[in-house]
Design a protein around this ligand. Structure first.
Ligand code: NAG
Ligand code: NAG
Ligand code: NAG
Ligand code: NAG
Ligand code: NAG
Ligand code: NAG
Ligand code: NAG
Ligand code: NAG
Ligand code: NAG
Ligand code: NAG
Ligand code: NAG
Ligand code: NAG
Length: 458
């Protein structure tokens, strides 16, 4: 096995630093890295000028492309659009004499901001970015570690070709870009990379861990993006988190799993994110600023469903991922189903976690009573049965995102819905079954006894 820590050599270089001590970017760097990626002056998407040739839109729209199973509303939207368009030669195409553009609709925020500030505006923003920077650094380290720890033969044995390995390398390079950008946003408050501990020793385990870690990064950013004080910062982070989501899907594909068995990607709170990330950070350099988020006590699923090629323990509840990487593959046998008995064990508060064990786990919740399943748009609770001190069981819930109703939904789209619990979902032990929705998930933080952790349901 190769052991060269490639990334430690590459990172300072890639971030434009001359010393391996990785000097934190100075305040003057805050915008310089950003400005260079943003267009200046000219419009990126110019409106067509009168002299441009524009192919006419066909005056009628065929309805044959609409799947026949689609219900009446879809058809009626199409047919009314078609009716409007039929025979009309003047459906908004500018002619040389027409006024250039319509007045924008009212509303929207900072649409014509001439000097957007790409910097945190509050401690909330700063601590969210600091958390993201730790996430970007560990991903960067992880991808290079995987590439250097395993031989080509070990990758080939897991079905990964040289092209696949280059994709891994490219993902590491994406993390250089993300780390650079977030460090620029934080200026002199940006932390430096740390050392990490990883729970994998085979290529399949590396892929599985990478899938989980990118899932964590994706959900962590989605959870706070719309709560940031700085919208310019949110705009840039949106552009990293969508890349992160693609990485997460690629890891599922490299595992030969169905790439995206959900309709919505869920978000979690910063304290949930930090709880899960902290356990993989070993040491950070002197001067690394502490994060203001909480670390909840740790939670483990002790009978996690495993891919048959997961190769890490014997609980093997098979999915059909033995065929190696695939763009998509039907699972003929689901990895798990509703009603499955899930066993859990958790820690008491007061454990030292995170870099240099500098953080102490804490909870504000009462007695453990429920298991919260955070997935898609929903938080679903199942009762927890205590079996011993800090251990218990629950059952994997069913439930559909939109139920099989209400009737208005059925009328609009037909009887289509999707199971809430699929892919990697977040589970936590709570003291209450507090009703929360994606934008007020933070209310859950006060009720977490332990966790969350990830449960691979499919
Ligand atoms: C659409 O217009 C073309 C050309 O006028 C005509 O041949 C065709 O039958 C029309 N299709 C429909 C679905 O109306
Ligand atoms: C910016 O847009 C708002 C809302 O449309 C408008 O009221 C305001 O006058 C605009 N400011 C400038 C400088 O264009
Ligand atoms: C670093 O954080 C401190 C405390 O939040 C803040 O006062 C300072 O302005 C920050 N520096 C930069 C460059 O953002
Ligand atoms: C998850 O989605 C996959 C792909 O659609 C499906 O095969 C599987 O049965 C689903 N699992 C559950 C628990 O619904
Ligand atoms: C963490 O521990 C390492 C190794 O002992 C040490 O070099 C580093 O300065 C420590 N970091 C902090 C933030 O105390
Ligand atoms: C699975 O584990 C066995 C025993 O540790 C090892 O020999 C084998 O190479 C592993 N398979 C994969 C695909 O990693
Ligand atoms: C894949 O699963 C879908 C949904 O169950 C099914 O309709 C389709 O026939 C399956 N395709 C194959 C090739 O098994
Ligand atoms: C779930 O599994 C645990 C551990 O094997 C067992 O003690 C418990 O009785 C099971 N619960 C149900 C409902 O099957
Ligand atoms: C959870 O799993 C981790 C990693 O295997 C282990 O170190 C820890 O002791 C476990 N904690 C509990 C409460 O099961
Ligand atoms: C739980 O822990 C307490 C003290 O720590 C002990 O007295 C008790 O026997 C334990 N209960 C179980 C079910 O293990
Ligand atoms: C899941 O969340 C959606 C959106 O809030 C809601 O419409 C639906 O009823 C929820 N499903 C369940 C089973 O709670
Ligand atoms: C969260 O928001 C939902 C509405 O989307 C509301 O019904 C619920 O009471 C809120 N939860 C809390 C704890 O305030």
């Amino acid at each position: 096995m190769k052991t060269t820590p490639t990334f430690q050599r590459l990172l300072p270089l890639a971030l434009g630093l001359t010393s391996s001590a990785f000097a934190a970017p100075q305040a003057s760097d805050i915008t310089s890295g950003i400005i260079s990626i943003l267009p200046t002056g000219t419009s990126v998407f110019p409106f067509p000028s009168p002299s441009d040739t524009i192919s006419p839109i066909p005056p009628n729209v065929s309805t044959t492309v609409i799947p026949s199973s689609f219900s009446s509303i879809a058809t009626s939207i199409v047919s009314s659009a078609s009716a409007t368009a039929t025979g009309s030669a003047s459906i908004g195409l500018p002619t040389p004499s027409s006024p250039p553009v319509s007045t924008p609709p009212s509303g929207g925020i900072a649409i014509n901001d001439t000097d957007p500030q790409y910097a945190p505006l509050s401690e909330f923003d700063k601590n969210s970015l600091a958390l993201v920077l730790h996430q970007e650094y560990i991903e960067l380290d992880l991808f290079y570690t995987g590439l250097s720890r395993f031989s080509d033969a070990e990758f080939e044995a897991a079905g990964l070709t040289a092209d696949d390995r280059y994709l891994l390398q490219y993902m590491a390079e994406q993390e250089i870009g993300h780390a650079q950008m977030v460090a620029n946003l934080l200026g002199s408050n940006a932390s430096q990379p740390c050392t990490y501990r990883y729970p994998f020793s085979t290529v399949p385990q590396f892929l599985d861990f990478s899938k989980r870690l990118t899932r964590l990064g994706e959900a962590g950013v989605l959870g706070f993006l719309s709560h940031l004080d700085s919208r310019p910062v949110a705009a840039l982070l949106s552009q990293t988190v969508t890349t992160e989501a693609r990485q997460q899907m690629v890891f599922r594909q490299l595992q030969g799993m169905f790439p995206m068995p959900v309709w919505f990607q869920t978000g979690i709170t910063q304290s949930m994110h930090w709880t899960m990330l902290a356990r993989y950070i070993d040491t950070c350099p002197d001067g690394t600023q502490n994060l203001a988020w909480n670390n909840f006590p740790g939670l483990n699923v002790t009978n996690e469903p495993e891919l048959s090629n997961g190769n890490s323990s014997s609980t093997g509840n098979s999915d059909d991922a033995d065929g190696g990487p695939a763009v998509t593959r039907n699972a003929t046998q689901p990895l798990s189903t509703p009603g499955r008995n899930v066993t859990l064990s958790w820690e008491l508060p007061g454990q030292h976690v995170g870099w240099n064990n500098s953080f102490t786990t804490a909870t504000a919740a009462g007695e453990p009573k429920f298991v919260a399943w955070i997935s898609q748009l929903n938080v679903t609770y199942t009762p927890l049965t205590i079996t011993a001190n800090q251990s218990g069981t629950t059952t994997q819930p069913g439930g559909e995102i939109f139920g099989n109703g209400p009737q208005s939904v059925v009328e609009r789209f037909g009887n289509h819905s999707a199971p809430i619990v699929n892919a990697t979902v977040f589970v936590a032990i709570t003291d209450e079954d507090t009703f929360v929705t994606p934008f007020n998930l933070t209310f859950l933080d006060g009720h977490i006894v332990a966790g969350p952790t990830l449960y691979t349901s499919g």
